[in-house]
Design a protein around this ligand. Structure first.
Ligand SMILES: [Zn+2]
Ligand SMILES: [Zn+2]
Ligand SMILES: [Zn+2]
Ligand SMILES: [Zn+2]
Ligand SMILES: [Zn+2]
Length: 233
């Protein structure tokens, strides 16, 4: 039985491997060839990929994780249109239902997806020189030479104040810490989106469509309520 050879170390793995190319069944996280076929996954209705067995365990994102991330309780989440395709078992609270695989950490320079437990600094030391971290909202490292230009365009629009707030140290967290109760700032690296917490369905839709590898089969069901609204006339 074929043992997997050349197991790429996640740290070294993909200084160059683009996440987008998925014809050869590579894991979107570690770029290992997926040996045990995972279910076909899709992100944002566009990108297809797989997750290997190892990353499948460490990167899985459940309803409980979504609950923790959004701060909403399960009963409220269950009402979200964007989560309707997940059947939450009767009798259980459904907190262990797999939603997908979340992209928490992504290198802003090579766009490689890192694993939850990876240290982005280590990745940078190995793969990139002269970087600076941006604290205006994207939470990513940027090449020092591009840093100023990047900062001109980076920032999180606050849906409550209806502006991109300026904070004394240019640290977006200062402002959003104060708004924590009403505003949800997306935790994914590279994302500068914020929502009012009351727009929970929008939040979930954003998280699912922008940052999550989800079952391609389920995704078909997600698209259906809008796209093929059947009306007998
Ligand atoms: Zn993997
Ligand atoms: Zn990188
Ligand atoms: Zn930035
Ligand atoms: Zn604000
Ligand atoms: Zn986001």
């Amino acid at each position: 039985m074929g043992r997997s050879k050349g197991r790429a170390h996640s740290s070294k793995a993909g200084c160059s491997a683009p996440v987008i190319k998925q014809e050869r069944k590579l894991c979107v996280y570690c770029s290992d060839t997926v040996i045990k076929k995972s279910e076909l996954l899709i992100k944002g209705n566009l990108l297809y990929g797989y997750v290997c067995a190892n990353c499948g365990e460490t990167e899985s994102f459940t309803m409980a994780d979504l609950q923790k991330m959004t701060g909403a309780d399960l009963a409220t989440l269950k009402k979200c249109e964007s989560l309707k395709k997940y059947t939450l078992p009767e009798g259980s609270d459904g907190s262990d239902v797999l939603v997908g695989f979340f992209e928490f950490k992504k290198c802003g320079i090579c766009q490689n997806l890192l694993k939850k437990g990876d240290n982005v600094r280590d990745h940078n030391n190995e793969c990139h020189d002269a970087v600076q971290i941006c604290s205006l909202g994207c939470k990513q490292f940027v090449k020092a030479e591009n840093f100023e230009k990047h900062q001109e365009n980076c920032g999180i629009f606050c849906p409550k104040c209806k502006e991109i707030p300026s904070t004394p140290n240019n640290d977006y967290r200062q402002h959003f810490m104060n708004e924590l109760k009403d505003v949800f700032a997306c935790p994914a690296d590279g994302c500068c989106k914020a929502f009012l917490r009351e727009d929970l369905d929008q939040i979930c839709q954003h998280l699912l469509l922008t940052h999550m590898w989800i079952s391609a089969v389920k995704n078909q069901q997600i698209a259906s309520p809008v796209n093929k609204r059947r009306r007998k006339e």
